[in-house]
Design a protein around this ligand. Structure first.
Ligand code: H2U
Length: 357
């Protein structure tokens, strides 16, 4: 059945992000200018399954004379160089109006997704990704239970383009004594919407996206991957649960399995777009561990990939974006159509199974 799609806006316009109370400038007409970007050859993976020099591979040594076990699925350890240090619980801010500080004690963990150095989520099978989902939920549970922790941020920084130090598939978890300002603003906006409408913001947003259809990338019964209407990064996506669930810990067995499915399919589409290991930063936003009510809070993941036109041509948030507000040329609808047009079979797996010429 044809979906109605979004109202067509062709000139320069701004779009509002109701989750962050921010705007993005959209300039679709600029896509008509001559393009001098290169078209690149597909990139084969040159990585070995095991790298003796990798500090994340099984059995290898890390900083501070630590040694990784011979792990077979996921492996989690305390970051040897943590940005947040354990300490006394956060007290109130100190200083005058212009020079304010407050303590931010916490914990930092590193999660290896697989013993295989050469895989990413896009090439792992659903059962291996399911182990990652379970590990995230277990870690949030454990860290949220520590007395001095109010927020647990799970995030993955993938690819050298994002400053990632190691291609071995991994993510980080930073647990802090106060809620960082981005999730805090989202919680406040979701609460305001819930108080005004008696429903949750992302639930209403998801229903409208499913009606319009033109920003949806892929979905299953429990999850939808969508390029948000207010996306800043060219191929930015959100992964939103169909059920109102506020936290990774609260996902049912079925929702966890379906999450593994949607993550594999979305990341395979990303890799296939420019036939490379697609760099991105992703993170989960959900309920804090502060024991308070958070009306309207719906768990979701955000993916921020920097690539624009090829495996090397990326977007930078510079110029007007640092001085005015974020801007994009390709619309969210066009980006979603490009991602929808990709296969969910990873290009390296397709190459490997293609008959030799
Ligand atoms: P990134 O690839 O996103 O930088 O994450 C890798 C993390 O691994 C990084 O935070 C930690 C770094 O501090 N690390 C260790 O904990 N031990 C090591 O021996 C090397 C790196």
């Amino acid at each position: 059945m044809a979906t109605p799609g979004s109202p067509l806006i062709s000139g320069s316009h701004r779009r509002y992000n109701p989750l962050l109370d921010e705007w993005v400038l959209v300039s679709p007409h600029r896509l008509e200018r001559p393009w001098q970007g290169q078209v690149e050859q597909p990139q084969p993976s040159a990585l070995p399954a095991y790298d003796p020099g990798c500090y994340l591979c099984p059995g290898n040594s890390r900083a501070n004379s630590q040694r990784n076990p011979a792990y077979a699925t996921t492996f989690v350890f305390d970051n040897d160089f943590p940005a947040l240090l354990p300490g006394p619980a956060a007290s109130t801010s100190v200083g005058d109006e212009l020079f304010v500080t407050e303590p931010q004690p916490g914990r930092c963990r590193v999660v290896c997704f697989s013993p295989r150095h050469d895989l990413t989520l896009a090439q792992m099978d659903a059962s291996a990704i399911r182990a990652v989902v379970d590990t995230w939920a277990d870690e949030v549970e454990r860290l949220a239970g520590l007395g001095d922790i109010r927020y647990v941020q799970v995030f993955e920084n993938k690819g050298a383009a994002m400053g990632c130090s190691n291609p071995h598939p991994h993510c980080q978890i930073w647990a802090s004594a106060t809620v960082p300002h981005l999730p805090a603003r989202k919680l406040a906006m979701q609460q305001r919407y819930a108080e005004r409408h008696g429903r949750d913001l992302l639930g209403d947003y998801l229903a409208r996206e499913l009606e319009m259809g033109d920003r949806v990338v892929c979905r299953n019964d429990a999850w939808v991957a969508v390029v948000p209407f207010w996306a800043v990064w060219p191929f930015e996506t959100m992964v939103i649960p169909v059920r109102l669930v506020d936290d990774l810990r609260a996902l049912t067995n079925d929702e966890r399995g379906q999450l593994a499915d949607i993550l594999r399919r979305l990341t395979a589409r990303y890799d296939n777009l420019f036939q490379c290991s697609f760099p991105y930063s992703m993170g989960w936003h959900g309920r804090p561990a502060d024991g308070r009510e958070h009306p309207g809070c719906r768990l979701h993941a955000v993916y921020f990939p920097p690539l624009l036109r090829s495996a090397t041509v990326r977007k930078f948030l510079v110029g007007y974006e640092m001085t005015g507000e974020p801007q994009r040329d390709i619309t969210a609808e066009t980006a979603a159509a490009r991602l929808r047009g990709q296969s969910e079979v990873h290009y390296l797996d397709a190459q490997a199974s293609a008959p030799a010429e």
